[in-house]
Design a protein around this ligand. Structure first.
Ligand code: UDP
Length: 470
């Protein structure tokens, strides 16, 4: 039900030229304090999506700091991912409800993960559990009062489906700290019951995806994938997901092409997350929308690529004059950070983490509609000087704010705060939301008894049914 992944080691020194001496000193100090700890990061997919991207760099980086850190990924059955994607969509604001059957799949799958962890005696001093997929786990494992449990949620909680949020929030009580990407995502219902930290994600500047690539090499690679490097190119790199608004990007491209002759569009969804079962349907709708325009290039299959997915993403981000991330919800948007780091002018949807990253008109553009997006594409395509100025600001902003060492410091500070707070550690069970019980969906007979006796277990998970955009 789970597997441990290994990642090639890195050295802390390699990062020093890219970060301030203050950050380097802070990291060294906190790492020295936490050196004897064993840390586990748990998430639901080995590759694909932003969390996998972060962890494949974060885990080696923490090891490089001298903190023994393991990366563990769960292996639940595919139907679990159908449910967890529904939960993801509902928390990002989709209408709908979770059926009792879906909830059963969700909790049973995580119960099986918990059993496997107990059977294999996987232990740690600090557990970082990422995203709603893992949320029920903390309450299912034996409590070592010395151990620290953190839940990190990376999705856009600007306007969550209120009933679903309410039904899941009690599960957060099993954690010592909660970590959100933006301040504005913290649900008001939490009421300060569990300490909350804000840690916006970050990219690894030393990954092959983010290392500088020479323009001729980028041109060679995109040409190998059917792009004419002599003509203008706009790219969106994203899983095929409705929240990323791929059809809206196609609309923007069509409008912009009227002013930018020969414009090409690339939509890259090569690295689908194994926990995202909706991609094929979304791809089909984008294909239909693209209507066989030979200058719209949709990339989905990783078969036959001229190089690794990461290199190909790097090539497209490097070779494009303009990069778009026209999301309608976005927890953070590492693709925005990656392109900004490459000195690109990014046009992003005016939502969530994109709004945090892009200062409109200074380090990129924020847009609300396809028309606005088209207008910005045209403006940038016609003005190389503007692209350069914005791209420079973009790179500087990423250097200051969104590189991996800063995120590592944030994560380690959360651990340090918890571990130096012994009283809170021993008093964990008192950290509950007033008047709310932690749901016990796993104790089958008791759960049924509870549902019958007071209706609370059932009512916590029901939400209003209505048509769902997702
Ligand atoms: N990604 C990739 N290949 C693709 C599409 C996406 O490697 O074809 C990567 C992308 O470079 C980024 C991550 O997947 O590192 C997506 O993270 P983001 O935060 O933008 O969105 P999420 O998928 O987590 O919603």
């Amino acid at each position: 039900m789970y597997q441990t992944l290994s990642h090639p080691p890195v050295s802390f020194d390699q990062y020093l030229p890219l970060i301030s001496s203050e950050l380097a000193n802070d990291l060294a100090a906190v790492a020295a304090d936490l050196r004897d700890l064993r840390v586990v990061h748990l998430n639901s997919t080995a590759t694909g999506g932003g969390v996998a991207e972060i962890l494949q760099s974060m885990v080696p980086f923490m090891n490089a700091l001298g903190i023994t850190t393991e990366r563990v990924v769960i292996n639940p059955p595919p139907r679990f991912f159908q449910v967890s994607k529904r939960i993801h969509n509902l928390l990002q604001g989709a209408n709908g409800e979770l059926t009792p059957e879906e909830l059963k799949i969700y909790f049973r799958s995580i119960r099986d993960v918990a059993s496997a962890i107990k059977d294999h005696n996987l232990t740690a001093d600090v557990w970082y559990l990422h995203d709603p997929q893992l949320l029920p786990l903390a309450q299912l494992l034996p409590r070592d009062p010395e151990a620290a449990w953190f839940w990190l949620i990376h999705i856009d909680l600007t306007a969550p489906n209120p009933q679903v949020l309410e039904s899941l929030l009690p599960l957060t009580q099993a954690y010592d700290r909660l970590v959100f990407s933006l301040d504005s995502y913290v649900p008001s219902q939490l009421n300060g019951a569990t300490p909350v930290y804000i840690a916006p994600p970050a990219i690894d500047p030393l990954s092959v995806k983010n290392m500088p690539m020479e323009e001729p090499e980028a041109a060679r690679l995109v040409a190998a994938m059917g792009i004419d490097p002599a003509r203008p190119l706009v790219t969106q790199v994203s899983r095929f997901d409705l929240w990323k608004d791929p059809c809206g990007v196609v609309d923007a491209y069509r409008l912009a092409r009227q002013e930018v002759p020969g414009l090409q569009l690339a939509l890259l969804g090569l690295s689908q997350a194994s926990d995202d079962p909706e991609a094929l349907d979304v791809l089909a709708s984008v294909e239909e929308h693209a209507a066989q325009d030979p200058d719209i290039h949709l990339y989905f299959s990783p078969a036959g690529l001229p190089d690794s997915i990461d290199i190909v993403v790097n090539a497209f981000q490097t070779a494009s004059q303009v990069v778009v991330q026209k999301s309608i919800r976005e927890g953070f948007g590492l693709t925005v950070t990656e392109a900004m780091w490459k000195g690109k002018a990014v046009i992003g949807g005016n939502v969530g983490g994109i709004r945090l990253q892009i200062q409109d008109g200074v380090s990129g553009y924020l847009v609300d509609t396809s028309e606005e997006c088209a207008w910005r594409i045209v403006e940038l395509m016609q003005d190389p000087g503007l692209r350069d100025r914005i791209g420079q600001k973009a790179r500087e902003s990423v250097r200051e704010n969104y590189l991996l060492p800063r995120l590592a410091l944030d994560y380690l500070k959360v651990a340090k705060s918890r571990l130096s707070d012994a009283a809170e550690s021993n008093d964990h069970q008192s950290d509950v939301l007033p008047g709310v019980e932690i749901p016990d969906p796993l104790a089958k007979p008791a759960g049924r008894r509870n549902a019958r006796s007071n209706g609370r277990a059932a009512s916590k998970v029901r939400v209003t049914r209505s048509s769902s955009r997702t």
